[in-house]
Every structure is written in C-alpha cells, then in structure tokens.
Design a protein around this ligand. Structure first.
Ligand code: HEC
Length: 128
C-alpha cells in the first residue's frame, strides 16, 4: 500500500514557502475585506459628537424646527441623508443665489471633513 501520508508530507515540505505565501494572501484579503466593510459603515458613537452642531437647527431629537427652517432628519432613509449631505458639500445643493436655506446648510455640510464623517453623523441620526 502506498504511503499516502508520507507523500502528502513530502509535498508540503517541498512547497512550504508557496503554501505559506498562499495562506498569507488569504489572511491579507480577509483583513482588507473586513476593514473595507467597516469603512462603509457609519459609526454612531463618532457621529454623536458631530451631531452636536446640527442639533442647534435640526433639534436634539432630529425632528426639525420651524424657527430655523430646518427639516426633520429623524426617520429618514440613511442613503438619502448621505446623498443630500454629499450634494450640499459638493455644491449641487445650496449654490443657487436664491437658495438661502440651502446655502445655510451648505456651510454646515462643509464642517463634515470627509465621507466617513458623513456616514458617522447619519448613523447617529438613525439612532434618534
Ligand atoms: C444653521 C442651521 C443648520 C445647522 C447647524 C445644520 N443644518 Fe441641516 N439644514 C438646515 C436647513 C435650513 C436645511 C434646509 C435646506 C433647504 O431648505 O434646502 C437643512 C437641510 C439638511 C438636510 C437635507 C434634508 C432633506 O430632507 O433634504 C440634511 C441631511 C441636513 N440638513 C443635515 C444636517 C447635519 C448632519 C448637520 C450637522 C453637521 C446640519 N444639518 C446642521 C439648517 C441647518
């Protein structure tokens, strides 16, 4: 009977550098994939601090305030809020000379330094 185990061991010993490299590649891809997934998600805890300034106009409960012309954010779809914040930040919203309310919000969106901050603040709004 052929020595299967011996043959396998011989194969492993002969190719151990290659096997180690393939294993390390799998581990690396796994870590890259999970860190990418985390970067996609907003962090509500980090967003809480960012929302402090927003609450002055939109309310601590995110229900909006007539007095500041600020709409309700609470209960809104996350994808929509993210998109609107990106629109304000890039000037798609709030740039027309007659868009007074939009211009106010455009200035506020500028305080969110990057997409991750936008996702974080929106993740916090979803908890309200
Ligand atoms: C100075 C008051 C003020 C502050 C502070 C403020 N906003 Fe606004 N926000 C507004 C106004 C006014 C509008 C409505 C703009 C319009 O009518 O087009 C608005 C609109 C929005 C919208 C669009 C909602 C929709 O349904 O289209 C989002 C999202 C938003 N604000 C998020 C935020 C976030 C997040 C912050 C904190 C970083 C913030 N706002 C801070 C005044 C403010």
């Amino acid at each position: 009977m052929p020595d299967y185990l011996g043959l396998k061991l011989e194969f492993v010993m002969k190719h151990k550098t290659k096997i180690t490299l393939v294993f390390l590649q799998i581990v690396a891809v796994f870590f890259l994939a999970t860190s990418f997934a985390q970067a996609q998600d907003g962090n509500a805890e980090a967003g809480k601090g960012l929302y402090a300034v927003c609450s002055g106009c939109h309310g601590a409960d995110g229900m909006g305030m007539e007095a500041t012309n600020s709409p309700r954010l609470q209960g809104q779809l996350e994808s929509y809020l993210i998109r609107q914040l990106q629109y304000f930040k890039s000037g798609i919203r709030g740039s027309h000379k007659d868009d007074t309310y939009g211009a106010t919000m455009k200035g506020m969106a500028a305080t969110l330094p990057h997409d991750q901050a936008i996702r974080d603040v929106v993740a916090y709004i979803s908890t309200l």
